[in-house]
Design a protein around this ligand. Structure first.
Ligand code: F6P
Length: 515
């Protein structure tokens, strides 16, 4: 790999693209999305060796184990079957298919009842506002879909998302709402997540203070969880509970009942199209030979960029305002999945995994961090997402937006070398590896396909790095450490708690900020 790197260092992307087969080998059209990997900094020889690496890492047999529902989440002994929720996993037991279908019908009935106004609040008024309370995988996907598909939400009540434990999030959301026409969705796979439970408790108090009607909770609170007992203990009515199975990972859960706010927003027909778009990619991933397999090639490009070219970050640059939340969603999907330092067998790795994923929305980023992308000293890779058409009829909109996206791609990959030494401060080195995604129009099918491609890319990268992409033990320590600090800050049972010097000093400062 290092030899390939040296061989390719001085070759321009334009030179690489003179290979007459390159464009057809490195572009893919799937469910209205055109993926273009021709600006990646590898050639066919490199790809052949990368494909051999995929063979050595047993990606194909791990993929087959994934689709067969084997417990590939080894540290939690769980299957990973979110593809089953969208009809993307063939060969499922008939009983499981029936269960999934029944759950989807329940979800659609609920969504349509809320949309049509047949779901009534306790004063017999239809719902005008839905407040979805959840965090991480129980928030990012549903919000992304709701915002990205805003063109399909005309018949929907307004959907609000509350995630942060900072009460500001909830209070500012509730400020303008009427409890009689507001419906809350409490979304937590575990039903034990601090942020969600605190926010849900405050939402319930807000509701009861204004309605003085405990019985009305049944018309105004819905739960989505794998922990039905805890949701019932919280006071949610059993008929308002949507269950999800433990083989649906939090960050892969938007296809499940967790997608309820999105289904309310876009309607069940469009939600079905979202599932269908993802299932098209599932089928491609499951059946296409490795050398032409899009998610695998995306994963190999990512591994090459990170482990060999030293790109420490992956920028997701959405050239569409509706995809503003895509980087946030992908941060969890990619970094919570593959930010790992032990192998599937639990041994320390002697190589690094997973670049920092970040990003933003074009063209705004061009007037902020793109300076660093063009002239900074850090190696990075980028995915640039472009949408060909939209429903807007504004002269400044689509062509200017897309012209800028293509121009940025050109500058990042080809750069510009000044003719004279005096102009050196204008030099743009280029040579940054890019993938372009061109979406014909931003509809549910296309969005489903885009997200499923990233999901399977993450799976392949985890397989290549031999890590378990489906647990997230790293986030537990912080949760545990926060408990005693909370007690100290609120002076509840805090005697005898000992901290390191820096934490102790900051606790003192927080308790009496002016001293
Ligand atoms: O703390 C991380 C995490 O467990 C994520 O993996 C998950 O998506 C999020 O918290 C929310 O979890 P839950 O749905 O159980 O509330």
């Amino acid at each position: 790999m290092q030899a390939h790197r040296q061989r390719l260092t001085a070759i321009s992307t334009e030179e690489l693209n003179k290979d007459q087969h390159r464009l057809s080998n490195l572009t893919f059209d799937i469910a209205g999305c055109h993926f273009d990997l021709s600006r990646q900094r590898f050639d066919q020889h490199t790809l052949n060796d990368l494909a051999a690496l995929a063979g050595e890492a047993n990606v194909a047999s791990l993929r087959d184990a994934l689709f067969a529902g084997e417990p590939i989440n080894v540290s939690e002994n769980r299957a990973v079957l979110h593809m089953a929720l969208r009809g993307g996993a063939p060969n499922l037991a008939t009983e499981l298919v029936r269960e999934i279908e029944a759950a989807r019908q329940k979800l659609y009935q609920c969504a349509e009842a809320i949309r049509s106004g047949s779901w009534r609040g306790y004063t017999d008024k239809p719902i005008t506002d839905v407040v979805h309370i959840g965090i991480g995988g129980s928030h990012l996907g549903p919000e992304l879909i709701t915002e990205a598909l805003c063109d399909f939400t005309a018949a929907s009540p307004k959907i609000h998302f509350v995630a942060n434990i900072d009460g500001f999030d909830l209070v500012t959301t509730l400020r303008s709402l009427n409890p009689a026409t507001t419906l809350f969705i409490v979304a937590s796979k575990s039903f034990s997540t601090l942020e969600t439970l605190e926010n849900a408790r405050s939402a319930r108090n807000w509701f009861l203070e204004r309605t003085c009607n405990t019985a009305a909770i049944a018309q105004h609170f819905i739960g989505i969880t794998n922990n039905i007992a805890a949701a019932k203990d919280f006071g949610l009515a059993e008929e308002n509970l949507f269950s999800m199975r433990d083989w649906v990972g939090g960050r892969y859960s938007l296809w499940s009942a967790m997608g309820l706010p999105a289904a309310i927003a876009i309607g069940s027909d469009n939600f079905d199209k979202l599932l269908h778009g993802a299932a098209i990619v599932d089928q491609h991933f499951a059946e296409t030979p490795l050398a032409e397999n899009l998610p695998l090639l995306c994963a190999l490009a990512g591994l090459w960029n990170y482990n060999i070219l030293g790109c420490q970050s992956l920028a997701i640059l959405s050239y569409d305002q509706r995809l503003r939340l895509l980087p946030d969603y992908l941060q969890q999907l990619e970094m919570e999945s593959n930010g790992k330092s032990v192998s599937r067998e639990g041994e320390a790795l002697d190589y690094t995994t997973m670049p920092i994923l970040w990003g933003g929305c074009g063209t705004n980023g061009q007037h902020a961090y793109h300076q660093l992308l063009h002239q900074g000293t850090s190696a990075y890779a980028a995915d640039i997402i472009v949408v060909a058409q939209d429903q807007m009829n504004l002269p400044h909109h689509r062509n200017w937006l897309n012209a800028n996206a293509l121009a940025q791609a050109q500058a990042m990959s080809d750069g510009w070398i000044p003719q004279s030494a005096q102009d050196s401060h204008r030099a743009v080195p280029g040579h940054h590896p890019l993938s372009m995604v061109l979406i014909d129009e931003l509809g549910p099918t296309q969005l489903g396909a885009l997200l499923a491609t990233y999901e399977h890319k993450v799976f392949c990268q985890g397989a290549l790095w031999n890590i378990n992409s489906f647990d997230q033990w790293g986030v537990e320590l912080g949760k545990k450490l926060a408990e005693p600090i909370y007690r100290s800050l609120s002076e509840q049972n805090s005697s005898g708690l000992a901290y390191d010097t820096a934490t102790a000093a900051l606790i003192t400062k927080l308790k009496s900020p002016k001293t």
